[in-house]
Design a protein around this ligand. Structure first.
Ligand code: ADP
Ligand code: TYD
Length: 208
């Protein structure tokens, strides 16, 4: 398979917007076309980063300050990049990553004051890799939150932020998409699963 084109694909959007569902569907569809695909997620995606995941996602919503969270998510991302993402890309795989730095830009960068510059500086210093293509699953956060809540996990620190904050997150994601139009594709995530999957596959095909 060709090694040029978009091989590092990230999926972003508010909680419950269907990222995990579409990530799996996209992996299957690309594999059916003969590609070698790695599906991974953040926070997590490597043993060390999965340990950090439980630190950041479980417990009291006030457990960490936004600044500490930026450090924790970035530490997890560095380990994930070194041990999972880079090796897979070097092996010629397509990497599909369920959330990446745009989530930090939006959740930590906007939720408790404007910390975008800190997120971007630390990213430049410690990560330095953007996705080739970012699919933004855009939908009414009320619908996403209802779907996400139905899952009932212990990882609810961010889902507990409430609807108003999720609205701000949605806006933050859309602003990023506007700022980086070459990298982003906005997908209407309020449709049927199969319809969304077709849109995603054709967006990816066009960039491979
Ligand atoms: P995310 O990873 O963005 O949090 P998920 O893929 O886990 O979202 O989806 C959240 C819930 O909504 C799951 O129970 C999933 O089965 C359901 N779901 C996903 N996509 C759709 C859709 N297009 N229509 C209806 N339900 C959906
Ligand atoms: P995820 O498991 O993808 O949640 P969901 O399936 O509900 O979308 O991510 C867990 C939470 O972590 C989510 O609420 C967003 C948050 N998060 C950040 O705040 N910053 C980050 O950098 C990342 C990657 C996730």
């Amino acid at each position: 398979m060709s090694r040029s084109g978009a091989r590092f694909i990230t999926l972003e959007g508010v909680d419950g917007s269907g990222k995990s569902t579409q990530a799996k569907a996209l992996k299957q569809a690309l594999e059916a076309e003969g590609h070698d695909v790695l599906l991974t997620r953040e926070p997590g995606g490597s043993p060390g980063a999965e340990e950090i995941r439980s630190l950041v996602l479980e417990g009291d919503p006030q457990r960490w300050s936004a600044e500490t969270e930026i450090l924790l998510f970035t530490a997890a991302r560095r380990d994930h990049l070194e041990r999972t993402i880079q090796p897979a890309l070097e092996a010629g795989k397509i990497v599909i990553c369920d959330r990446y730095v745009d989530s930090t830009r939006v959740y930590q960068g906007l939720s408790r004051g404007d910390l975008r510059e800190i997120v971007d500086s630390l990213h430049a210093l410690m990560i330095g890799r953007e996705a080739d293509l970012t699919l933004l699953f855009d939908m009414d956060p009320a619908m996403g939150l209802a779907r996400a809540k139905a899952r009932k996990t212990r990882e609810e620190r961010f889902e507990d932020m409430g609807l108003e904050m999720q609205q701000a997150m949605r806006k933050g994601f859309l602003e990023l998409a506007e700022a980086f139009p070459a990298r982003f594709a906005v997908v209407d995530a309020g449709r049927e699963i199969e319809e969304i999957a077709e849109t995603c596959l054709s967006l990816v095909r066009a960039r491979l």
